[in-house]
Design a protein around this ligand. Sequence first.
Ligand SMILES: [Zn+2]
Length: 200
Amino acid sequence: MVRNRILYKTKERHKRTIRDVIKGLSRRVKVYLQPLKSECPNCFYDKFTNRSTGKCKWTAVEALQKQTEWETSTCYASTIRYRYFLKGRCPVCKGQGYIETQRTTWINCLVTWNPREPFGNEMTYTPAGSEGSNIVRLKTDPKNYDTFKNADRVIVDGVECRVSRPPVTRGLGTQAVLVITVFKTKKPKNDSNEIIKDYN
Ligand SMILES: [Zn+2]
């Protein structure tokens, strides 16, 4: 009984500790999820060929009206969703029959640029995007597994990175941490305003 209670208390303390570490030292990482595919709003979809039928759903007047409605109702004003065409390639989906919508989310992660060991327990706090850094180790709550498993690319400290391998869970129970390895794909942006904007 007593022993169980002590174990429970120890576990609770560990749980707090790991959460505090992630909460206290983590930075917000922007994660690009796999884009959502949806049928093109502008043309009829051909289920047999899995492509656009090349036939517009709307008349010229309807298309203009729907595009105007869309532009006034959303912040994606520059996106064209409705545009009349007589026949041939749909200008909205380029004949694919579907459009892709980019989805992003923010995840708090411990960020380590150029970790010394592939799977070490180091928590080095290196400067953001420091010279010569190409590999970034991210550590986060295991609940984010699905998010990173389906992630296409991430923005760490304003730097675009590709997720290199499936995320791995290290440790057991409440001490478990999700470890993700990503690679830098571009040089850090010089536009510091944009980086600040990203973190708001
Ligand atoms: Zn289309």
